[in-house]
Design a protein around this ligand. Structure first.
Ligand code: 13P
Length: 344
């Protein structure tokens, strides 16, 4: 069935070629690309007309990453991009805590999340009240919260961390004890890498928690020489079997440095898709897991959100929450640079 579009056949063919150049690496046919070409053309046109920027996490579907995104990255890189942008509108293709972080860092912008159901099991696992109780139970111990938390939780923590700087920041904090919330696996991994005593919370990422030691052992047997890179949100028993534990940006850096080869990425499937396109001479093998929240975001929802966002898709936070949460994010940018004697 032919669908009506505002674009000429020539524009559609050109866009199809552009998409196909990338997406063929992950199994798309030229016909598949032609079907979405009117959508990506319209989103890219609206983006310019509305002075909007599209930030996409590496776990997004490849048609989002290669079709319409202006910046693709990890939680840290996207936070920086959100902080620095001049665009009036930020469309955040990721999950809610990431869009909230963009709003905290650049509160004058309109920040839109294309699907409000794009949540996070880690962010849902802890409340600000829980953090306040921990602080009461362990007075004087610095509180580091993973960026995968709500704005209210960030507002009551001392410093925010991401997968890319958590180890550095925990080492740079004063004392040999840290409260780290909410990811218990990451907390235990950090206890090992920092040598500090970490008071943890019982949160976990539902996607990374699915990985078992067997997944890694099987792939090692099947692909001799494979390099296995795991996200720091995985269980320490899995992490102990891999070549690198890092966040998504650390995994990309490792692949850039080690060159073409066979890799298993122990993380959400979107990263393997992205990297299969960007590193076509490498092979990405083994199991990956789908994050059902990340996968809520689709091209159609992005188009609708850009055209006419329903009010519930626009991130609104109370000014006092923004002010306090911003403090913990700003401390992140300071403490990642070097040790501090006390938390200012
Ligand atoms: P990165 O910041 O490492 O991309 O991780 C984001 C995330 O939410 C992992 O589940």
């Amino acid at each position: 069935m032919e669908t009506k579009t505002m674009f000429s056949e020539e524009e559609i063919e050109k866009e199809t070629d552009r998409l196909y150049e990338h997406l063929q690496e992950v199994g798309w046919t030229r016909e598949d690309c032609k079907l979405i070409a009117p959508l990506t053309l319209e989103i890219n046109k609206l983006k310019k007309e509305k002075n909007a920027i599209i930030l996409a996490h590496s776990y997004m579907r490849p048609q989002i990453i290669f079709g319409i995104a202006d910046h693709v990255g990890d939680s840290y890189g996207l936070s920086k991009a959100a902080k620095e942008t001049d665009a009036e509108i930020i469309v955040f293709c990721g999950v809610e805590f990431m869009a909230e972080t963009a709003k905290i860092l650049n509160p004058d912008k309109t920040v839109i999340i294309p699907d409000r159901e794009a949540g996070c099991s880690l962010a849902d696992s802890i409340t600000a009240k829980d953090v306040l109780e921990l602080k009461k139970k362990y007075p004087g111990i610095p509180v580091a919260c993973y960026i995968n938390t709500t704005a209210e939780v960030k507002a009551v923590c001392d410093v925010c961390v991401t997968s890319s700087n958590a180890e550095r920041i925990l080492k740079n904090l004063p004392g040999d004890k840290v409260i780290f919330v909410p990811d218990k696996h990451m907390g235990r991994n950090l206890a090992k890498s920092t040598g500090k005593e970490i008071i943890i919370w019982d949160g976990k990422c539902i996607a990374h928690d699915e990985f078992q030691e067997e997944h890694v052992k099987e792939v090692r047997k099947m692909f001799p020489g494979v390099k296995i890179l795991a996200h720091a949100e995985c269980d320490p028993s899995v992490v102990s079997l891999v070549d690198l534990v890092a966040g998504t940006s650390g995994m990309i850096k490792y692949i850039k440095e080690h060159g073409a080869g066979t890799y298993m990425l122990v993380t959400e499937c979107g990263l393997s898709d992205r990297l299969q396109v960007e590193f076509p001479e490498s092979k990405f093998v083994g199991t990956c897991m789908i994050c059902p929240y990340m996968k809520k975001i689709t091209l159609k929802k992005i188009l609708d959100a850009l055209k006419n966002p329903s009010p519930d898709l626009i991130i609104e936070l109370r000014p006092e929450v923004i002010e306090k949460a911003k403090k913990s994010l700003e401390r992140m940018f300071i403490i990642e640079k070097g040790p501090v004697e006390k938390i200012e």
